[in-house]
Design a protein around this ligand. Structure first.
Ligand code: G1P
Ligand code: ZN
Length: 543
């Protein structure tokens, strides 16, 4: 077998965003595009003779990309590659496999919740030894390398058969095709009371519906809920993973998981519903006719963690991204544990988990997880909820309402303006930044500005500083507005407006969220002049 060195020219657009390099499939298919990024990983990190993991969410181009990566890894002297069968590994399972095998790192292929197929998106990111996304200093170094790269190495060899478990040789490199589901289930069994959950699911008194949105968790969900935990066949819907996710948008929210929403809000609705995204790291939790916001979900899991075997000894702390509501802060305060506020993106939780400062973490964007891996984990969140439901014997709605009575309710919503003009969106943010120093003390209707800043985070473990992570305007009554531009979109810019207010009075917990937040929404739109800069009358998606 022959190693070829192929000349290339750098691309100037390979800066990884919030969760890796994410572009349309068409861009990834352009000559040398994938290869440049992969070679930049190998050039930046010393992977010779090391073990790496590779797998992806099974979207279109996953198979081709994995064959290329394997041949490049062999040409670059990697010692051993562990590959999910069929090229499949959900993002949390990839993290689990890296950790379990003490691999040097892993290459995870996914564009998460973005649509797939020939006209959809693709993505790639590098995870480090702890199983989590590489920290910024590594992603920056990889990016710098993409700007100067002039050649890459690849082995001339036939494609490997990845569809059955087994061991292969690619030149000097060992390739092991592993079951993508088994190690993950083993980890879940070590955390949750599977016997108790099985009793619940087979009691005849409790029904659940899991919607995999034709994405990667289909195989995992069938194996866990139906085969292992005894739920009836059909519990998992849209459970066959497809390269284009059946043409859908594999994002577990009220808009894109509409099949599930119809079931849970319909007649004869089951007791519990959940969905996960393209690569299996996000989750949405529903009760019968009831939606649990991700921020509330994190707070409820934190408050009930002692009921779950893997967390019964207590939590070291909890962490949430800055735009996530402060609901979990109140639980942390009561439990007497630390609560950390990090920038958006899962990679910021890694150090806190490694240093055992936090045990649970979450984001408002349907991401929840713990120190069991270093990625957010959709099915883990579903099992966590099931474990709590099995122990408490109450409905989802009862559990959340009791939670609000105890801690007060944080009304919360996110308004997204998608695919707006990027230059104008940046102008809007620049203008907002220029207003910040003068906002304090200003009155908007009944709301007075208590503070305003562009969020900056100093990592408590390594001292690294991340600036310009979102504009926050806080009011004297504890309400908050946050503005951020998305780092994961692939078309134009996406403006996110996050809104939060706190209501201690239980008699007002039934209010409609958008109504409760209406004054703040108006203030946000006014301060940022959203209509003018986005040319939009209304948000694209309201969550
Ligand atoms: C979005 C979410 C963020 C999440 C990321 C990856 O990033 O807001 O919380 O970590 O996707 O799932 P954004 O597009 O806002 O940069
Ligand atoms: Zn995802």
């Amino acid at each position: 077998m022959n190693i070829k060195t192929i000349s290339t020219t750098p691309f100037n657009d390979q800066k990884p965003g919030t969760s890796g390099l994410r572009k349309s499939v068409k861009v990834f298919q352009s000559p040398h595009y994938l290869e440049n990024f992969v070679q930049s990983i190998f050039d930046t990190l010393q992977c010779e003779n090391k073990t790496l993991v590779v797998g992806g969410d099974g979207r279109y181009y996953n198979r081709q990309a994995i064959q290329t990566i394997l041949k490049m890894a062999a040409a670059n002297g990697v010692g051993r590659m562990l590959v999910g069968q069929g090229g499949i590994l959900s993002t949390p399972a990839a993290s689990c496999v890296i950790r379990e095998n003490q691999a040097f790192g892993g290459i995870v292929l996914s564009a998460s919740h973005n649509p797939g197929g020939p006209d959809g998106d693709f993505g790639i990111k590098y995870n480090v030894t702890n199983g989590g996304p590489a920290p910024e200093k590594i992603t920056d170094a990889i990016y710098d390398r993409t700007k100067t790269i002039d050649s890459y190495k690849i082995l001339e060899a036939a494609d490997l058969d990845l569809d059955r478990p087994g061991s292969f040789k690619l030149a000097m490199m060992d390739v092991e095709v592993i079951d993508p589901v088994v190690p993950y289930i083993k980890l879940m069994e070590s955390l949750f009371d599977f016997d108790r959950i099985k009793d619940l699911l087979t009691s005849g008194k409790f029904r659940m519906c899991m919607d995999s949105l034709h994405a990667v968790t289909g195989s995992y969900a069938h194996a866990i809920f139906e085969q292992r935990l005894g739920a009836p066949a059909g519990t998992v819907q849209n459970g066959i993973p497809l390269e284009d996710f059946g043409g859908g948008h594999p994002d577990p929210n009220l808009v894109y998981a509409h099949d599930l929403v119809e079931v849970l809000y319909g007649e004869n609705a089951p007791d519990f519903g959940a969905a996960s995204d393209g690569d299996g790291d996000r989750n949405m939790i529903l009760g019968r006719h009831f939606f649990v916001t991700p921020s509330d979900s994190l707070a409820v899991l934190t408050a009930n963690a002692h009921l779950v075997p893997g967390y019964k000894d207590g939590l070291a702390g909890v962490a949430r991204s800055m735009p996530t509501s402060a609901a979990c802060d109140r639980v942390a305060e009561k439990l007497g544990i630390d609560c950390y506020e990090t920038p958006t993106g899962w990679k910021f939780f890694g150090n806190l988990l490694d240093a055992n400062k936090a045990t649970l973490c979450g984001e408002e964007s349907f991401g929840t997880g713990s120190n069991h891996v270093r990625e957010k984990d959709g099915l883990w969140a579903v099992l966590f909820w099931l474990n709590i439901l099995a122990v408490r014997g109450e409905s989802v709605e009862q559990i959340v309402r009791t939670h609000w009575q105890t801690y007060g309710r944080n009304f919360y919503s996110r308004h997204d303006y998608e695919e707006v003009d990027a230059a104008r969106a940046n102008e809007m943010v620049e203008r907002l930044r220029s207003l910040l120093p003068n906002l304090k003390g200003q009155q908007f209707g009944n709301y007075q500005v208590a503070y305003s800043d562009d969020f900056s985070y100093t990592d408590p473990v390594d001292g690294s500083v991340s600036q310009k992570q979102g504009i926050r305007i806080g009011f004297t009554d504890g309400s908050r507005i946050v503005f951020r531009l998305s780092g994961t979109g692939t078309k134009g810019a996406t403006l996110r407006l996050y809104l939060e207010s706190y209501e201690p009075d239980a008699s007002k917990h039934d209010r409609d969220t958008q109504e409760a937040l209406a004054p703040l929404i108006a203030i946000g739109e006014e301060i940022a002049q959203i209509r003018k800069f986005t040319d939009r009358e209304a948000p694209t998606v309201i969550t």
